[in-house]
Design a protein around this ligand. Structure first.
Ligand SMILES: [Fe+2]
Ligand SMILES: [Fe+2]
Length: 267
């Protein structure tokens, strides 16, 4: 079995400081095989925000796989936005914008979907689709294949399709051919688990889409701070949501999925 802690949308610069210590303690207590952070580490991509995010990450267990989000690209400094969009992210968080992790049970590929030319949206391009294909397509079927982006491949009810990562359909065709299992994302500040069957309608394929809420930001959009824990034991996955209750993070919802010839289905 593998345990992944999935955090997202930390937004240093707008964090609730009361949650930081309990969050660190809880993540350590879960003893994950991998900690994933799916972007928006800062609120406005300022150096002091990146520094605070860096020291928070340093206090989490390793290994860690982190990708940038749209808030990690400077918004108002036009020169930086277009010519050095993720320079500070690279300096403070990670030189590698698209990290990747593999062991004998799971492969996890990070994809940078943050772009300078849109304020909030994001996109996956042809080269990125090709890179993911090269990394996951030849892995054996028992290895759970996971793709991490900031912008999501599916949406909870009530969100407009423009919130989806750009070129999602093209990427999904490759995911189907290569048997991608789980797509992790954030961005909406809303926890959600679904499968791709309804939106993408690809015969014999359904990936599991898991979105984490914001772990530490004060901009929860009506939801308490939360994060997800994935327990992976092929062909089953259990997703637990841990929610802030004012004193600590406790599990308050869990869903289980099973993989069969038609992809992932809730069990
Ligand atoms: Fe965010
Ligand atoms: Fe975002």
């Amino acid at each position: 079995m593998r345990t992944i802690v999935h955090l997202s949308d930390l937004h240093f610069g707008r964090v609730d400081h009361a949650v930081l210590g309990p969050l660190r303690a809880k993540v350590h207590g879960l003893a994950p095989h991998l900690v994933v952070v799916s972007g928006d580490l800062t609120q406005r991509a300022r150096p002091h925000e990146f520094r605070a995010a860096r020291s928070f990450l340093d206090a989490l267990p390793q290994p860690r796989l982190v990708v940038p989000g749209n808030h990690d690209v400077p918004l108002y400094n036009v020169f930086q936005r277009f010519f050095q969009p993720l320079a500070k992210y690279r300096r403070f968080i990670a030189a590698e914008l698209e990290p990747w992790y593999v062991d004998e049970a799971m492969a996890v590929v990070g994809v940078n979907t943050a772009r300078s030319n849109v304020f909030k949206g994001g996109r996956i391009n042809e080269a990125q689709i090709e890179r993911v294909r090269g990394l996951i397509c030849d892995l054996p079927g028992h290895v759970t294949k996971i793709v991490v982006t900031h912008h999501p491949f599916d949406l909870p009810p009530g969100h407009a399709p423009r919130q989806l990562v750009g070129r999602a359909r093209k990427a999904m065709q490759m995911f189907a051919r290569c048997g991608a299992d789980i797509l992790l994302a954030g961005h909406l500040h809303e926890s959600h688990a679904s499968d791709t069957r309804l939106r993408y309608k690809i015969d014999g394929f359904a990936a599991l889409v898991v979105q984490a809420g914001t772990a530490t930001s004060t901009r929860g959009r009506g939801e308490a701070n939360s994060f997800n824990v994935l327990r992976i034991a092929h062909p089953q996955v259990r997703i637990e949501r841990y929610t802030w209750n004012g004193g600590g993070f406790e599990p308050n919802e869990a869903v289980a999925y099973r993989h069969d010839a038609n992809g992932w289905t809730r069990s």
